[in-house]
Design a binder for this molecule. Structure first.
Ligand code: A2P
Length: 347
């Protein structure tokens, strides 16, 4: 006995991971449907030892599925999530479109599973931004311990967060650099011969812009981390974020500075993080052990390294947080939400 599940955006980077993770975690599936635009009709995606033919979302009847996992961009979610929800299908949406809607729960299963019940308002549940997810999984038990007052975070985000064509762009630019082909050698050259995902060259560079700028000089990605932290963890936490794109294919890293209301003991923090579901503490200065993005690829954990006291404030710590943005930052979090719906007998 299983559930009927649709994956919208099945040909994309996150959609591919969702289908892989559903299979890896033995999600109870009766039927699974791979959906994308009509451009992809007839393409095939693997689900374990089966092959799924990609179908056009425009022709799909959402009343035939219990759950739909969406990762096809905000415009697609804006249009199709309400249609699917009205037909009784529960939508788990990976885009930013519904995240700040007060009638839509924004869920990280390890952090605020109790908010899941709000799905009943619209039959839509939102998955937070990848950077918010990996930051809040280790911060939740520390907020319970000593009340977080302020967070200052700088992100080092991989190109896969911008989708498959962004990964292709990093690959193409890097290859052209090595073969000394035109279009990529200038210090500030944007791109080559096709549409660009980034405002500047990403190969051998870092770009302090993710998403569009708003009036105060922040980017929308930075605002997402601020607002989503308040919605998920605590509205009184102040967050200052700087988001940077780096030439890494998969795996986001974050340098996180946390200031607490109450005193914290670094050994206690270490002990708590060592016992937190979803967190792997990999941190040893004697052996110079810490995690980098390439080591987190395909893993389900949020890794914490470089844990240390911030001596410049009465009660503060610094940490380095790394996770596979396509997994815990997106696909895994969505699948865990679906699992939680089953655990709580909502479906
Ligand atoms: P398609 O390949 O048919 O365009 P990524 O984020 O890796 O770029 O992937 C985006 C995913 O969203 C792809 O599966 C893509 O399918 C899908 N998608 C994009 N636009 C639409 C649309 N208008 N309708 C349905 N799926 C879409």
């Amino acid at each position: 006995m299983g559930y009927n599940v649709a994956v919208l955006g099945a040909t994309g980077a996150v959609g591919h991971e969702i289908i892989t993770i559903l299979e890896e975690r033995n999600f109870p599936i009766e039927n699974i449907y791979a959906l994308a635009s009509k451009r992809s009709v007839g393409k095939e995606v693997s689900f374990g030892d089966k092959v799924l033919k990609v179908e056009d979302v425009e022709k799909f009847d959402f009343s035939s599925v219990d759950i739909a996992l969406f990762s096809a961009g905000s415009d697609v979610s804006e249009k199709w999530a309400p249609i699917a929800g009205d037909k009784g299908c529960i939508v788990i949406d990976n885009t930013s479109y519904f995240r700040m809607d007060p009638d839509v729960p924004l869920i990280i299963p390890e952090v605020n599973p109790e908010a899941l019940e709000g799905y009943r308002n619209k039959n839509i549940i939102a998955t937070p931004n990848c950077s918010t997810i990996q930051m809040l999984v280790p911060l939740k038990p520390l907020h319970d311990l000593a009340i977080i007052k302020r967070i200052v975070v700088s992100t080092y985000q991989s190109v896969s967060g911008a989708g498959k064509s962004a990964m292709d762009e990093l690959w193409d630019q890097t290859r052209k650099m090595f073969f000394n082909e035109s279009g990529t050698t200038g210090t500030n050259e944007a791109v080559t011969d096709r549409a660009s995902n980034f405002s500047k060259r990403i190969a051998f560079n870092v770009i302090p812009q993710i998403d569009k700028f708003i009036d105060d000089g922040s980017t929308k990605e930075e605002v997402k981390i601020v607002n989503e932290t308040k919605k998920i963890l605590d509205a009184s936490i102040e967050v200052s974020a700087t988001c940077v794109r780096v030439p890494v294919f998969i795996g986001h890293a974050e340098s996180v500075n946390i200031e607490f209301e109450n005193n914290v003991n670094i050994d206690e923090v270490r002990e708590i993080l060592g016992d937190t579901d979803g967190v792997s503490l990999v941190d040893n200065i004697e052996t110079e052990t810490y995690i980098t993005p390439i080591e987190c690829v395909s893993d389900f954990s949020v890794f914490v390294s470089r844990l240390r006291v911030d001596h410049t404030v009465p009660s503060g710590i610094n940490m380095w947080v790394v996770s596979d943005n396509l997994r815990k930052g997106a696909a895994l979090n969505s699948v865990q939400i679906a699992e939680e719906l089953i655990n709580r007998k909502y479906i």
